[in-house]
Design a protein around this ligand. Structure first.
Ligand SMILES: O=C(O)CCC(=O)C(=O)O
Ligand SMILES: [Fe+2]
Length: 312
């Protein structure tokens, strides 16, 4: 089965078309937890400008540092000596083969803290983020409607004031993809995640139905990829699930991804739609996040249980 592709143009159509699109979105959230969107309102030219910036910034500022890191040096040693100096199992449990940086956009824009971003790139980034936030808010509104969550219970109000930030990532070619992941399996802590990713190199995989790993594959036709995080699962009372995903390290070609997280603000209070659901809440999102930092690569159900005990 193919990952759903939702054409968001339908939301602006007549009643029937809009209803059909809303139903497609509901099915994608309920049955998959991840999907592609097209006609999403984020300009293709801006997407290209952001990607060019990420490549250039990596080439100029990050690549050398990355290959000088202990992780990269150890993997090269292994390869050259034909000798296993690092225990593979342990390494894959401890490190990710990725070069990343994070910029916060809301409530505060921290792009100015990065002197390496030239003004023109900064302008493209800001414009891209403004459109990405509009898209996230559109999806948040549709998700709330589909879940029957009105007013303060809806995603936008529950998250207010939202935290928005972007993780820029490059997954460099890896000499030993058998020893390490690009990014270990996890669910995302927050709300709605918009992913602008590579159109040539794949590696991202989602664990569908807890049974099979579904490769997302390179981006086609200017689409963006969307997945939902733990807070949408909690708000929905489990109607929608955040899905475990990981990134495989690849031997050939580097992979780019730009993940924009539309999350609750730290003081937002999150609670499940129905009291009967086996979910924590109400809790402060900042408390959830503190607990998540240490358990990101652990079991989600255990995390929900622990948060319930600790904070609800
Ligand atoms: O790089 C990707 O495609 C996904 C990144 C991701 O899952 C994350 O940062 O949470
Ligand atoms: Fe993720």
């Amino acid at each position: 089965m193919e990952i759903p592709v939702i054409d968001l143009k339908g939301l602006a159509g007549g009643d029937e078309e809009r209803e059909r699109t809303m139903a497609q979105l509901h099915e994608a959230c309920k049955d998959w937890g991840f999907f592609w969107v097209e006609n999403h309102g984020v300009e293709a030219a801006l997407m290209e400008e952001v990607k060019s910036f990420v490549y250039r910034h990596y080439d100029e500022h990050l690549e050398k540092k990355f290959y000088a890191s202990d992780l990269a040096k150890n993997l090269h040693l292994n390869k050259d000596d034909g000798d296993v100096l690092v225990d593979g199992g342990d390494l894959a449990d401890q490190a990710d083969w990725e070069a990343t940086y994070f910029i916060q956009h809301r409530p505060k824009n921290t792009a100015a803290d990065f002197p390496d971003i030239p003004p023109a790139a900064r302008e493209s980034l800001d414009a891209y983020i403004a459109q990405a936030v509009s898209l996230a808010e559109l999806l948040a509104g549709c998700i709330s409607t589909n879940l029957g969550l009105a007013g303060a219970a809806g995603v936008v109000d529950a998250f207010a004031p939202p935290f928005v930030g972007t993780k820029f990532a490059m997954y460099p070619p890896c000499p030993r993809p058998d020893l390490v992941w690009g990014l270990r399996a996890h669910t995302d802590a927050g709300g709605i995640i918009l992913l602008l990713q590579d159109d040539a190199v794949g590696g991202l995989e989602f664990h569908r139905g807890g049974r099979e790993w579904v490769p997302v594959g390179p981006t086609r036709r200017g689409r963006l990829f969307v997945n939902i995080g733990d807070q949408v699962e909690v708000l929905s009372g489990g109607a929608y699930k955040s899905v475990v995903h990981r990134v495989a390290a690849g031997a050939e070609g580097r992979r780019l991804s730009v993940a924009t997280f539309y999350n609750p603000g730290p003081d937002a209070v999150i609670a499940p739609a129905t009291a009967a659901a086996p979910y924590p809440g109400p809790y402060r999102y900042g408390d959830y996040l503190d607990y998540y930092q240490g358990t990101k690569f652990g079991d989600k159900a255990a995390r929900f249980q622990a948060v319930k005990k600790l904070f609800s």
